[in-house]
Write a protein that binds this ligand. Structure first.
Ligand code: ACM
Length: 510
């Protein structure tokens, strides 16, 4: 009863029972992860060894499998976790945790629990290479410790990307050594929608190195997003010279919506972007850097004499072409660092950005267009992957931005639909859920919006083959016992309960 459902499961006779004398065998870096996962709840030492009075758990790598694939064999006296790479062994371990009673997920021993694993052979591999969760830490800051917990939850569900939306109109969360005012000024806003309460916070570079390393141990790549050239009010509040009217001081945004402040077109501003990208690439080692590009109004460029002068210098005939020019410059900067650009699908609207990976959010058809234009695509349309939307049409759901995406809608959805040819379909590298935090002021709220819908998206991203929603809902009902053991503030399937409806934000809740 595993989520995401494995590719092939063949039940066998009998059980393996984890006991005080169970031993581990295999390379140290693999057995350490097994000991860390199974030791705290069982209280067993799980030493490395070969004596096998209470059975043996073996881990190894078989390079004939793809790196994230695994074969898990549970026999009465032996468990084998064989991965194509360390990631595959890690995913075998996530499956093993789900074959044990939910108490295995607790961090203290559970007296009287029998640690039985039904004998089985599981052969499993992911459908997509990009299985992501996005978190907007710009609208409401999520403290580092909570971020680590959310990463642990992603790992349990075999996600391999955390897309961290680090900059917003309402807050800049990335510590820059070169531009300290970005966090000194830009990480705090005076209030939120008139609540009179300052809100802020940022990650130091040391914090982010820790987040990256914690995620990497769980085979999750953190993809940072620095949203450019729109959604930059916090940056312009810190450094007015980045904006289109440097004589005007603006504050970090205190309300929501699409905001007209955008970066100006000066070479010094592109130097700023290059400097920030340089700092970001030092901390985030992954191939991809997300440059946003969503919701970038042209009003300020149209209204600025200096922007029009720059357009003439640059040979740009129409303000609508500016974002394309800007994004291609960013792409060139990333290429100097050996990195690839990801952007929201608006970056396709202003001329091509060769080599860009397109993050389709405004609708499935945006991803189809990008795939047809030869881009790799992450399919994340608002319906059903925006988890800041309501989870039902009940009137006792906590307030959200609007829209509805139920757990069933998420499960039923397919990132590769009939209109894509086989070749276009291969351009779809994966899918991702998005949690925007306008109305999610605390990590408790983020958990409420993420789970259990993330369980469904995990299966969409991981599992190949036909779907069976009834089977999924049965497995999900059982899986919620695991989320209970972890203390996750998920939305119960039968609807919100008062204590689960939201966090401790000062704002009155619906
Ligand atoms: C977005 O939702 N503005 C990407």
């Amino acid at each position: 009863m595993v989520i995401p459902r494995p590719g092939a499961e063949t039940p066998q006779e009998g059980f393996f029972t984890l006991g005080p004398r169970t031993v581990l065998r295999g390379p140290g870096e693999l057995t350490t992860a097994i000991r860390d996962a199974l030791g705290p709840a069982t209280g067993f030492a799980l030493p490395s060894g070969t004596a096998a009075e209470d059975g043996l758990i073996e881990a190894d790598v078989d390079h004939t499998l793809v790196p994230e694939a695994y074969r898990l064999t549970v026999e009465p006296s032996r468990v084998r976790l064989i991965g194509g790479g360390a990631a595959g062994v890690f995913y075998a371990l996530q499956t093993l945790r789900q074959l044990l009673p939910p108490a295995i997920l607790r961090s203290a021993t559970a007296p009287g629990e029998r640690w039985e694993i039904p004998a089985v052979v599981i052969e499993d591999a992911p459908r997509f290479s990009w299985r992501g969760g996005h978190l907007d830490v710009g609208r409401h800051f999520v403290p580092k410790a909570d971020l680590l917990r959310l990463i642990d939850l992603l790992a349990l569900h075999k996600f391999n990307v955390l897309h961290l939306h680090l900059t917003e109109d309402q807050g800049w969360r990335f510590e820059s050594r070169l531009y300290p005012l970005l966090t000194e000024v830009g990480s705090w806003r005076r209030e939120t929608s008139g609540d009179g309460t300052p809100h802020g916070g940022f990650y130091s570079q040391a914090d982010l190195r820790e987040v990256v390393a914690f995620a990497a141990r769980r085979h999750i790549t953190v993809v940072p997003e620095i949203d450019l050239p729109g959604h930059v009010q916090a940056a312009v509040a810190a450094y007015p010279e980045l904006g289109n009217d440097p004589s005007r001081r603006i504050e970090v945004a205190t309300g929501w919506g699409v905001i007209t402040h955008v970066l100006n077109l000066e070479e010094k501003t592109l130097k700023f972007c290059a400097d920030i990208i340089g700092e970001v690439t030092e901390i985030f080692p992954g191939r991809f850097l997300h440059v946003g590009g969503d919701e970038c109004p042209t009003d300020e460029w149209s209204g600025s004499g200096r922007a029009r002068e720059r357009m003439r210098e640059l040979g740009i005939g129409d303000v609508e072409e500016i974002q394309g020019w800007f994004t291609r410059r960013l792409s060139a900067i990333l290429a100097e660092h050996g990195r690839s650009l990801v952007g929201w699908d608006e970056i396709c609207d202003h001329g091509d950005v060769p080599g860009a990976t397109i993050h389709a959010w405004r609708g499935y058809e945006r991803g189809v267009e990008a795939a047809r234009a030869g881009h790799d695509v992450i399919m994340s349309p608002v319906a059903p992957t925006y988890f800041d939307y309501y989870q039902s049409d009940r009137d006792d759901e906590p307030r959200t931005i609007g829209g509805h995406n139920t757990v069933e809608n998420v499960y039923d959805w397919d990132p590769i639909q009939a209109e894509l040819s086989e070749e276009e379909g291969r351009r779809v590298i994966g899918t991702q859920f998005q949690v925007w935090t306008e109305w999610q002021p605390t990590p408790r709220d983020v958990e409420y919006m993420s789970y259990p819908r993330a369980c469904a998206l995990a299966e969409v991203g991981w599992t190949s083959g036909p779907k069976d929603r009834e089977d999924f809902m049965r497995r999900l009902a059982e899986h919620l016992g695991r989320l209970d053991a972890l203390g996750v503030n998920y939305r119960p399937l039968e609807g919100p309960r008062p204590w689960q409806r939201g966090g401790t934000g000062a704002r009155a809740r619906v």
